[in-house]
Ligand binder design. Structure first.
Ligand SMILES: [Cu+2]
Length: 188
């Protein structure tokens, strides 16, 4: 190998090393392969909570994935509300605020609904202020209690939504939460 060829080969090797180094350590090159977008949850079908003639939220505890809609369906003749609250303070959680959900005269009259989408994992208690009150307990936190003077079940009209990525927890929702209308719950 004559000196000129040797220099040429050396230059080529040096160039290749420099190019490789630049490609590997270039500041714009991500060091970790880009993660694929998070797989969507298996189902974004709404989860239904029904209000019936006994002044109860039929599915009083449900779990949903972040962003999975919850739809409250009033199948009672009377009006109801769905208001969120913070149990440690009793202050309203305005993320849950249905306004007045008017009643229905029956299956043929249609129902009033309230659609709610919560995106942050957490525990979200709510109650119906028409049929329940927030009652102060030890250390000033609150729990829903039956509103004196209203008819229906003696228990408080209240419930909890759990927003979670735990599919096993979501799978425990009662079967009725998959149906918009429960044909035998009209009345009251
Ligand atoms: Cu109510």
């Amino acid at each position: 190998m004559n000196p000129t060829v040797r220099i040429g080969v050396a230059s080529f090797i040096l160039g290749a090393v420099l190019t490789t180094t630049l490609l590997v350590f270039h500041p714009m090159r991500p060091l970790v392969a880009k993660a694929p977008a998070a797989a969507p949850v298996a189902s974004m079908k709404p989860v239904y909570v029904h209000m019936d003639g006994a002044n109860a939220f039929v599915e009083s505890v449900i779990a949903v994935a972040p962003g999975e809609p919850v739809i409250f369906v009033n199948e009672d003749t009377g009006a109801h509300m769905v208001n969120g609250y913070f149990p440690l303070t009793g202050k309203p959680n305005t993320a849950i605020n249905s306004g007045m959900l008017m009643g229905t005269t029956g299956p043929k009259a249609g129902v009033h609904t309230y659609k709610l989408v919560l995106t942050k994992p957490g525990i979200y208690p709510y109650y119906c202020p028409v049929h329940a009150i927030l009652s102060t307990i030890y250390h000033h936190s609150v729990q829903p209690a039956h509103r004196p003077g209203v008819h229906g079940f003696p228990g408080a009209m209240a419930g909890v939504i759990i927003v979670t990525t735990d599919r096993a927890l979501i799978a425990q929702n009662p079967p009725s939460s998959k149906k918009k209308i429960l044909s035998d719950y009209f009345g009251g």
